[in-house]
Every structure is written in C-alpha cells, then in structure tokens.
Design a protein around this ligand. Structure first.
Ligand code: KG4
Ligand code: ZN
Length: 344
C-alpha cells in the first residue's frame, strides 16, 4: 500500500480535535480536521480550568471522532492507524483522548501511536510545505515558546525557550491589565496600530545574555508599572495611552523574538542544511508585526508559516506526526500519558 490513512486525536489543552490525514510518503493531505473549542466554558474563570476541560473532552471526543470520519467520507474500516496526543498537557484531557484512542484500537486492532503534542506542531511545516529536515522552528503560542531544530520525525534539538511566560500568555495578561478583551493577542495588536511604540522604553529581557532563551514576565510587569504610573498621574488611561502601551509592548516582544531568532538561525546555519528553512507555529505567529520581524530575521532563509488553523492546536498535526513515524519504519509501541514530556 503506498498511502497511509491516519486518524488523529488531540485533547491536551482546551480544544477537542479529531482529523483524518492521508500520507503518501513525504506528502500529506488533510481529509478532515475538526476542532471543538471550550473557550465559553472557561471564560468566566480567566483561564483554562483543568477539571472542566477534562470533562468537556470526555463529553465531546467520541462525536468529534465520528464527525471527522464522516467529513472524510469514511468509516474506521478505511483507517490504517491512529495517532493520539500522549502529552505534554493537562493530564485529564490527555487521558480522555488516550482512552478514546485505546478503545478504538482495541475494538479494531489498528496500530496506535502516542504522539508528543510539540512534535505535532514541529512537524506541521512538512505536512503543509513539504519542508526537508533539518529546519528551524519557532513555536510561539499561549502555552509554548521554544526554538527547535527539527532533524527527523522523532529527533528534535531544543536550542532555547522561555524561562517564564509564553508570549501569548504575556499578550493575554497585558490585555487584561489594560481592560481589553480575551484572547489578548488580537486585541493588543489592534490597539497597537494607533500607538507610538517608542513612547515607553520597555525592556528587552535576556538580550544581554548569550543563547536562545527568552523571558516575557518582566516585560508584562513593566507594562503594569507604566500603567500604574499613568493612573497615578492622570487618574486613568486615555485611548492614546492604551495604544502606546500596546505598541511598545508588542514592539518589545517582536524585537526579542527577532533577535533570538537570529541567534537560533546562526546555530542552525552552521549545520549547512541543504535547503534552509525557518518555520513558525502557534497562535502568536498570527501577529503581523511579529511576523514581519521574523521574516526580516530570516534574511535569505526560506520563511514558512502554516495556515493559522494548523498553527494552533489541531488533530491533523497529530495524525501527520504518527504517519511520519510509521513511514520512517517505527513499530507502534506501548506508551503512557504524560503531563510533562520535553522533546529532547
Ligand atoms: O496556539 P494557540 O491557539 O493556543 C495555545 O496556546 O496552544 O495560541 C493562542 C495564543 C493566545 O495567547 C493569543 O493571545 C495569542 O496566541 N494570539 C496572538 C495573536 N493571535 C493569537 N498574539 C499576538 N498577536 C496576535 N494577533
Ligand atoms: Zn499546542
């Protein structure tokens, strides 16, 4: 058989997702990819509540899988293998997906692969753009921030990452402290359009230190301090103050990401890859200012950004990662669900 049809299941955070992907060797086609979010369930709590997330996954996962098969126009009989996120993530949610996958595997005898969620993000540019190994990947979302050298379907080298908050988390917190709606990223980006990025001298954390590690929590605190100083002086914030704070913050995040990307690119290029590429994934990659700065940082290196629906959490990336490992000749092996699971 020259193709592999894989059912993917993802439930490690607040999205319940199922997908069917068909892999022909190095190329893949998404036959269906469904994502059922839970934002409404968590909105009142100002963050994802693990217990509520796990329950919602249990409730939605079976119908999500059924709908993904339906949309792909097939039954389980046409599936060759199952890939499921086995971590890292909120363990209750991960277990809901793993139990669903194990149930289907037991009933059908299909091979089951436990996939690392981060590997799913990291391998997405192969599904969407057919990138060759090794490529450099920057994962920037609400939960992740790391530079990865992607060397093979099961081999990653982490060059650095955040030592505290993820950038998306910082965008969300800054939005909150300025009274803007959630998710904060798009709200802050919209405000920043009419702002002056140079008004506040926000810090560029960790640029003075070598390496590719990043930090964003001090930047968020700097925005908080600037806000409080304005409130004290003027009794509140004007529309322009808010825009300037957003623009300054966004510029600092973009600057730090761009400069650290240069360093990661230097390490990557020292390996003399045959077809060098720098890929991004994660919700923060939607930010236009950040994207422009990353493209600039990439210089002559091909810059790749998968469509946003595949940059954020989804199950197509999990199905694809499983397909890659099977294609590479890996035999399905027993695995456990893991809340923590570093890639290297
Ligand atoms: O990848 P994602 O959907 O979920 C995970 O974190 O796994 O990323 C969501 C994050 C949120 O923190 C959101 O505020 C941020 O991505 N985000 C943005 C933008 N759009 C979404 N951050 C900055 N600018 C944006 N335009
Ligand atoms: Zn993710």
């Amino acid at each position: 058989k020259d193709s592999l049809t894989v059912l993917g299941i993802e439930s490690s955070c607040d999205d319940t997702a199922a997908a069917v992907v068909r892999a022909h060797g190095e190329r893949g086609a998404i036959l269906s990819s469904l994502v059922a979010g839970q934002a409404d369930l968590h909105a009142a709590f100002g963050g994802v509540v693990p217990e509520i997330a796990a329950r919602a996954h249990v409730e939605k996962i079976d119908s999500c899988v059924e709908a993904a098969l339906d949309k792909a126009g097939m039954t389980l009989g046409a599936i060759d293998a199952i890939g499921v996120t086995a971590g890292p993530g909120l363990i209750g949610g991960v277990l809901a997906g793993v139990m669903c996958a194990r149930g289907i595997a037991a009933a059908t005898g299909l091979p089951l692969i436990g996939v690392n969620h981060l590997a799913g993000h990291a391998l997405t540019p192969r599904l969407t753009h057919g990138l060759a190994f090794p490529y450099l990947m920057l994962l920037v979302s609400g939960g992740h921030c790391q530079f990865l050298m992607v060397e093979a379907a099961d081999r990653f080298q982490r060059l650095g990452g955040t030592i505290d908050d993820a950038p998306g988390e910082a965008f969300d917190k800054v939005a909150k402290l300025l009274g803007l709606p959630q998710p904060g990223g798009p709200a802050v980006e919209a405000e920043a359009r009419s702002g002056d990025a140079s008004r506040f001298g926000f810090p560029r954390p960790l640029l003075d230190r070598p390496g590719c590690d990043l930090s964003f929590s001090g930047l968020k605190t700097a925005v908080l301090r600037a806000r409080d100083a304005l409130v004290e002086q003027q009794g509140g914030l004007t529309r322009q103050d808010r825009a300037d704070l957003c623009a300054g913050f966004q510029e600092a995040v973009a600057d730090v990401l761009a400069q650290k990307s240069r360093r990661a690119l230097d390490i990557y290029m020292a390996r003399s890859p045959a077809s060098p590429a720098f890929a991004v994934a994660g919700g923060v990659a939607a930010n236009q200012t950040i994207r422009e700065r990353l493209i600039e940082a990439a210089g002559g290196v091909t810059f790749v950004a998968p469509p946003l629906s595949l940059c954020t959490d989804n199950a197509a990336m999990i199905a694809w990662a499983a397909a890659e490992r099977l294609t590479a000749g890996e035999a399905p092996a027993p695995f456990v669900a893991r809340p923590r699971w570093p890639l290297d």
